[in-house]
Design a protein around this ligand. Structure first.
Ligand code: C2E
Ligand code: MG
Ligand code: MG
Ligand code: MG
Length: 292
C-alpha cells in the first residue's frame, strides 16, 4: 500500500509538470497560433543609491499568469523552460517587455536602466546579441537603458565564451551585472576580464550581515574588492533599516529589497516612484514631449 501511494504521488507530480511544460511551450511558441505571450508578466523591483536614496535601476522579474493556476513565480517555471528548450523564447519576451517599459519610464523623465536576468543557455545562445540589438532597435531604448544580470555559475560554465559575449554586450553600452555574487564558485581571474560594472551581493550575505561577525567581515571585504576592481556593489534582499544602515557604513553603493519595495507590476512601480519622489523631495524631470 505505502509504496504504491508514494508512486502515485510521484506519477501525479510528473503528469502535472508535463502538463505545465506543454502549457509553457504552447504559450511561448504558439503552436501555429502566434502564442499567448500576454501570459508572461514582469514585476519590477527598484534599486536605490545608498547615499541619497535616489532610484538608480529596476530589476525585471518574470511571472507567468497561467490561465488556471494563477500568477506563478519563477521557481515554478524557469527550470521547466530550460528543460524543454523554451528558455530563449521566454527571455526574448522578457527582454522585449523590459525594454518597452524602460523606454516608457524614460519618456516620462525617469532614465534609470532596467535589468534582465540571463540564464546560462541564454548567454550561450548564438542569437543573443542579435535579439538584444533587435529589441533596442524596436523599442528605441538606448543601450545604457538596459542591464543584463548573469550569475557566477553561468560565467564559469564556459568562461572564455562568457567573456566574449559579455564584451559584445558591453561594447553596445548595455550594462553587465554579476548576480548572486558570493553564492557560487567565483574566479577572480575572470572577474578581472569581465566588462562588468557591478557585483550583486547574494541575499544570503545580506540576511546574515547584522547577526554574524564573519559575514560582516566578508561583506566589508567584498565592498573593498569591488571598489578596487572599479565595480559597484549592490546588496540584494535588504529587508530592514538596520541592515541598510550597516551596508551604507561599509561603503556599499546600492541596495535592493523588500525594505524599499517588493517586485511590483509596472503601474504600481510608477505609483511607488511618485510616492518616493515626495519622500526624498525629488522634482521629476519634465517628460519629453509626446509625438502625435
Ligand atoms: P534574482 O535575480 O537573484 O532575483 C532576486 C529575487 O529575490 C527575486 O525573486 C526577488 O523577488 C527576491 N527578493 C527581492 N528582495 C527581497 C528581499 O528583501 N527578501 C527576500 N527574501 N527576497 C527578495 P523572484 O522574483 O522569485 O525570482 C527568483 C529568481 O528567478 C531570480 O533571482 C532569478 O534568478 C530568476 N528569474 C526571475 N526572472 C527571470 C528571468 O526573466 N530570466 C531568468 N533567467 N531568470 C529569472
Ligand atoms: Mg537578478
Ligand atoms: Mg540575485
Ligand atoms: Mg538570488
Amino acid at each position: 500500500g505505502g509504496v504504491r501511494v508514494y508512486d502515485e504521488a510521484v506519477d501525479a507530480h510528473e503528469r502535472d509538470q508535463r502538463a505545465l511544460a506543454d502549457d509553457l511551450r504552447a504559450m511561448l511558441t504558439g503552436g501555429g497560433g502566434g502564442g499567448r505571450h500576454g501570459e508572461v508578466v514582469l514585476h519590477f523591483q527598484p534599486q536605490l543609491d545608498c547615499r541619497d536614496g535616489s532610484v538608480v535601476g529596476m530589476e525585471a522579474l518574470a511571472r507567468w499568469r497561467h490561465p488556471e493556476r494563477g500568477l506563478l513565480p519563477p521557481v515554478a517555471f524557469i527550470d521547466l523552460a530550460e528543460q524543454h528548450g523554451v528558455m530563449f523564447a521566454l527571455t526574448t519576451e522578457v527582454l522585449d517587455q523590459a525594454a518597452r517599459q524602460a523606454a516608457r519610464w524614460r519618456a516620462a523623465g525617469r532614465d534609470f536602466p532596467v535589468a534582465v536576468n540571463l540564464s546560462t543557455s541564454c548567454l550561450e545562445h548564438p542569437r543573443l546579441i542579435e535579439v538584444v540589438d533587435d529589441v533596442l532597435a524596436r523599442t528605441g531604448l538606448p543601450a545604457e537603458g538596459l542591464v543584463v544580470e548573469i550569475t557566477e555559475t553561468t560565467l564559469m560554465h564556459d568562461p572564455a565564451h562568457a567573456v566574449a559575449v559579455t564584451r559584445a554586450v558591453a561594447e553596445r553600452g548595455v550594462g553587465v551585472s554579476i548576480d548572486d555574487y558570493g553564492s557560487g564558485y567565483s574566479s577572480l581571474t575572470y572577474l578581472n576580464e569581465l566588462p562588468a560594472r557591478e557585483l550583486k551581493l547574494d541575499r544570503s550575505f545580506t540576511a546574515r550581515l547584522t547577526s554574524d561577525e564573519r559575514t560582516h567581515a566578508i561583506v566589508s571585504g567584498t565592498v573593498d574588492l569591488a571598489h578596487h576592481l572599479g565595480l559597484r556593489l549592490i546588496a540584494e534582499g535588504v529587508e530592514d533599516a538596520g541592515t541598510s544602515a550597516v551596508l551604507r557604513e561599509l561603503g556599499c553603493d546600492r541596495t535592493q529589497g523588500y525594505l524599499h519595495s517588493r517586485p511590483l507590476p509596472a503601474d504600481d512601480v510608477t505609483a511607488w516612484l511618485r510616492e518616493h519622489d515626495r519622500a526624498v523631495g525629488r522634482v521629476p524631470a519634465l517628460p519629453s514631449p509626446r509625438r502625435g
